[in-house]
Design a protein around this ligand. Structure first.
Ligand SMILES: [Cu+2]
Length: 519
């Protein structure tokens, strides 16, 4: 990702050189936003001290297999889980767990997941980061309706009127070809208008893809390859998950109370379903697949103390899999839906050390994420090679089309893309199959922008080079207030209608989503 010619600046100059503030039509002072996009919702229950609970590792689902395919069955249901020690909390979970069980696939081997909806509302499953045909991508109106006839006609139902929607009753089979690189994917709910509260209640899990290129590397693996799903949550006095839904049944009226429309921030950091957990580690290298599955919260992760010499977080992968070369960081900014694959070498610490994963963007209870206890020295035959993977670099000259998208507050409680709230029937872009395009995004506020189906490369930000966290293939780009960025992307393999949207889940539910149709 080096040696990019300066002539690329021409591609980034936006809207004829107007400033961002003029482009988005708001006064500059309004653009001075805090680093946290949202409103803190305080828990009403006494919170535990951090670092009292061991880190849970979500179980890996076992498939039925044949020569070409792995088959899974997942039931979505209400369950009770002890998230805070000694406090039962009702969750909505895949297999009744939060996070859901991990699915592990091999690149190019078909994976078929049959989801059964035993929840009281419709659901949709999206494999985030998956290169998936439209019929299995989890379009927001392709509902799995719950059992029974009692599901009401509602405002949300009317809003979702979509002649192309494919609704099923109680079950749906999602078919994933997985012709894609090894990467850390995740699956989560994607129902139009009610995504944020459904994921808050627990509908999220990991789906890992492995391939030969990755497996040939001497990276930490097995029990030293650990997924970390970082979320923030709040708890009501009775131990239930606290969320400011206008309609807590999640059946009729979407949205949150006024003060929370910028995003809901919890005061408990929950990793793999446990509050501020602790993990006992050997003094060796570990690989952590870090996912920010929070609704709105951004984190700046760092180790405290840093190992001698610093750069304790060695990034080896991003949303779309391994980087070309490792990138060492003192701290990593991670926005909702982003993944950072990092190696931490606890051999740089001494046995007995306690190392905290801090969130420098947090304060009070959200300052801490989790803690590692370096228990003992141990043999370690892993290492991080200087060359990790081959990445085909896309060049602006390959792009036939450039499109501009403005993500901004639409007033009236909604969020907009290019002045429009989400409608299933409006197609905002129609890329031709297998063609390369440049998409330029401009924002008024923090918006982590996610494209379904594809992985892209970031060409630059604000007429300058990409940022320190922009390496490799990405499916989600963290844009800050009054920022502009350009990404380059190939719309390969599958025709059909897909969405792109802000992954601040409150913004997404309040219509910051649009369609592209590959033709
Ligand atoms: Cu947003």
């Amino acid at each position: 990702m080096t040696g990019r010619p300066r002539s690329r600046r021409g591609f980034l100059g936006l809207l004829g050189g107007m400033g961002v503030a003029a482009a988005i039509g708001v006064e500059l002072p309004r653009l001075v936003a805090p680093s946290q996009p949202g409103q803190l919702l305080r828990s009403q229950i006494l919170l535990p001290r951090p670092f009292q609970v061991p880190l849970p590792i979500p179980p890996v689902l076992v498939p039925r297999t044949d020569a070409t395919t792995d088959y899974y069955d997942v039931t979505q249901r209400v369950a009770t889980q002890e998230i805070l020690p000694g406090v039962p909390t009702e969750i909505w979970g895949y297999e009744g767990r939060f996070p859901g069980p991990t699915i592990v696939s091999r690149s190019g081997r078909r994976t078929v997941v049959r989801h059964r909806n035993r929840l009281p509302v419709p659901t949709v499953v999206h494999l985030h980061g998956g290169h998936t045909p439209a019929t299995s991508d989890g379009y927001p109106t392709d509902l799995i309706l719950p059992a029974g006839t009692g599901y009401p006609t509602s405002r949300a139902d009317a809003m979702a009127a979509d002649p192309r929607a494919i609704r099923t009753h109680e079950t749906r089979v999602y078919d994933y070809p997985l012709h894609q690189r090894a990467a850390t994917l995740w699956y989560h709910d994607h129902r139009m208008d009610f995504n944020a509260p459904s994921i808050w209640r627990g509908l999220a899990g990991f789906h890992l893809v492995h391939d030969q290129e990755e497996q040939a590397l001497p990276l930490p693996d097995g029990p030293r390859d650990i997924p970390l799903m970082i979320t923030d949550r709040s708890f009501a006095a009775d131990g239930s998950l606290h969320y400011p839904s206008i309609d807590p049944t999640l059946r009729h009226t979407p949205g949150v109370y006024d003060g929370y429309r910028q995003g809901v921030l919890g005061d408990v950091v929950v990793v793999n379903g446990a509050p501020w957990p602790t993990l006992e580690v050997d003094a060796v290298r570990y690989r952590f697949r870090i996912l920010n599955a929070s609704n709105a919260r951004r984190y700046r992760l760092t180790l405290n103390p840093q190992p001698p010499g610093g750069s304790g977080l060695v990034q080896i992968g991003s949303d779309g899999g391994l980087l070309q070369r490792p990138v060492p960081h003192d701290a990593i900014d991670i926005a909702p839906a982003e993944r950072f694959d990092v190696v931490i070498d606890f051999g740089r610490y001494r046995p007995g050390d306690r190392v905290t994963l801090l969130n420098l963007l947090g304060s009070g209870t959200t300052r801490h994420v989790m803690q590692f206890h370096v228990a003992r020295s141990a043999p370690d035959d892993s290492h991080v090679p200087g060359q990790l993977a081959r990445i085909e670099k896309l060049h602006p000259a390959q792009a036939g089309t450039t499109r501009d998208f403005l993500f901004r507050d639409g007033g009236d409680g909604g969020w907009e893309i290019n002045g429009e709230p989400f409608s299933p029937t409006r197609i905002s872009a129609a890329p031709r199959i297998d063609e390369v395009e440049i998409w330029r995004f401009t924002t008024d506020f923090h918006h982590p922008i996610h494209l379904h189906l594809v992985q892209f490369q970031i060409l630059g930000r604000n007429d300058a080079e990409p940022g320190p966290y922009d390496s490799g293939w990405k499916d989600t780009i963290d844009l800050r207030p009054a920022e502009q960025a350009a990404v380059i992307v190939r719309f390969a393999d599958y025709k059909g209608r897909f969405v792109f949207h802000c992954h601040n889940l409150e913004h997404e539910d309040m219509a910051m989503m649009a369609n592209f149709e590959i033709v």
